[in-house]
Unconditional design. Sequence first.
Length: 214
Amino acid sequence: MPSHSEEIRRQLEDSARLQQSFSEELIARISLFAERSVAALRDGGKLLFFGNGGSAADAQHLAAEMVVRLQAERPGIPALALTTNTSILTAAGNDYGFERIFSRQIESLADARDVLIAISTSGKSPNILKGLEAGRARGAYLVALTGESGGSLPGKVDLLLNVPSSDPQRIQEAHITIGHIVCSLVEQLVAKSGRPKEPTAPHAKKTARKLTER
């Protein structure tokens, strides 16, 4: 049986080399991602992740790390993956088209306190673009994890984390590494400061005020 050790070693080295090549500017933007996430949580916001294919799996993975835990014992962090509810995804796809499977959810769930995280190796998927447009309309803070060029997303998000590669598998490996680092930083900060403020529905305060005025 032939040995594949050289190929395995080559791919491991390629992945490590990419992640070690992150510029100081990109590292600073990753730090800002963590800081803005914690600020949103302290204000009663939540983290919303979305993507297609392997990036959809990354969205679920990172939302799970936030809700449950990565390493530290700490309060639960409100986070959602917009890639998991098959009834919503198929209904939105059937009624409005695949390009609106995320935007419809964002219109329903997001508000100005939230951080919206788009994960896309190309940065060109129509449903990602429409999701971010919906997030902008809702006033959410927009973050995108992409490949080197950023695709169509430069200038359309508040924070672009563009991994310096055009190879989809290397980009995805870097994305999950960035996600784990950010989750680690967020949970360290949450563990120090206590339970995040409870999220409320966008119109809950107005409704409560009207009830008390009756």
